[in-house]
Design a protein around this ligand. Structure first.
Ligand code: SF4
Ligand code: SF4
Length: 258
C-alpha cells in the first residue's frame, strides 16, 4: 500500500460497539491516523460514507442474521484486506452462548413479537462465512495491538501480535499465580496474550476474552480444573464466556470425563 493513502472502512455486525469505540478512543493518535488513512466508511463516527472499493475493512461483530450473511459477502468483495476485530467477530462473542440453546424458545421470552425476528440458528465468527486476512482479539481489542495492526497495514507487513498465552504476560509482570496460590480457576494457560494479564493482576482468573492461543491444551487445563474440585458442568461453563464458541473452546465437554 506504499505510495498512497489507504482507504479504510469500519463495519459493525452483532456486537456492543466497544471495539469500534476503541478506534475512536485512540485519542493521541487519531489525528495522525486521519492523515495516514482515508477513513472512507465508519458509521459509528460519521454518516458521510464514501463508496468502495476499500483497501482495508475492519469488521466488528458476529454474523447472526440472513441479512448479515449477504452483507459480509459483499463487504468481502469490496475490501482488499479484511480484518476482524474483537471477540464477537473472531469467536462469536457473548451472543454465541445461544448456540447451545433453542433460539426460537429464547425469542419467545425476549421479544413481544418474535415472529418479526429474523435470525440464524447460530451466531458465528465472520471467518465461518468469508475468508479473513487477520484476526485481532479481545473484548474489546487492546489499544496498542490496534495501533500495531494499523502500522502493519500501512507498511504492508504482517502485524506483530504475540500468539503465546496470557500466562506468559502474567509471569512477565511478576504476578503470583491465582490458580496455584488461591485455587481460582484461570483460563490464562490457553488464552492468547494481549491484555497485559489484567484479570490475574487484580487477583481474578482470566475468563478468556482474547480467545484461544495457538495450539492450546484445553484438555489439560480442563482436567486441572477438575483437580481443583470443580464439577464438569462448572468447567464447561468456565470455558463458555466471550469466546466460548471458538473452535478450540466449544468442544471442551467432549474432552473431560464425568
Ligand atoms: S494467574 Fe492465570 S494467567 Fe497468571 S500464571 Fe496463573 S494461570 Fe497463568
Ligand atoms: S486476563 Fe483474560 S479475561 Fe482478563 S482481560 Fe485478559 S484475556 Fe480478557
Amino acid at each position: 500500500m506504499a505510495g498512497k493513502v489507504p482507504r479504510i472502512a469500519v463495519y459493525k455486525f452483532a456486537s456492543c460497539d466497544g471495539c469500534q469505540l476503541s478506534i475512536v478512543d485512540l485519542e493521541d493518535e487519531l489525528l495522525e491516523i486521519g492523515q495516514r488513512f482515508e477513513i472512507a466508511y465508519f458509521m459509528e463516527v460519521t454518516r458521510a460514507a464514501r463508496k468502495g472499493p476499500y483497501d482495508v475493512g475492519l469488521v466488528e461483530g458476529s454474523i447472526s442474521t440472513p441479512h448479515d450473511v449477504e452483507l459480509i459477502k459483499s463487504i468481502r468483495k469490496d475490501c482488499k484486506k479484511l480484518v476482524t476485530i474483537g471477540a464477537c467477530a473472531t469467536a462469536g462473542g457473548i451472543q454465541a452462548l445461544r448456540n447451545w440453546a433453542n433460539v426460537e424458545e429464547f425469542s419467545k421470552y425476549v421479544y413481544a413479537k418474535p415472529e418479526y425476528v429474523q435470525t440464524l440458528e447460530k451466531a458465528s465468527p465472520v471467518s465461518e462465512y468469508v475468508q479473513v486476512d487477520f484476526e485481532l482479539r479481545g473484548c474489546p481489542v487492546n489499544k496498542y495491538q490496534l495501533l500495531e495492526l494499523l502500522s502493519a497495514l500501512l507498511a504492508g507487513r504482517k502485524p506483530n501480535i504475540p500468539t503465546y498465552s496470557v500466562c506468559m504476560e502474567c509471569k512477565m509482570k511478576g504476578n503470583v499465580c491465582v490458580m496455584v496460590a488461591k485455587g481460582i480457576p484461570c483460563l490464562g494457560p490457553v488464552v492468547q496474550a494481549g491484555c497485559g494479564a489484567i484479570c490475574p493482576t487484580y487477583s481474578r482468573g482470566c475468563y478468556g476474552c482474547f480467545g484461544p492461543m495457538e495450539s492450546p491444551n484445553v484438555k489439560s487445563l480442563a482436567t486441572s480444573f477438575i483437580d481443583l474440585g470443580m464439577n464438569k458442568k462448572d468447567v464447561i461453563l468456565t470455558f463458555r464466556g466471550f469466546t466460548g464458541w471458538s473452535k478450540e473452546f466449544r468442544e471442551v465437554d467432549g474432552l473431560i470425563e464425568g
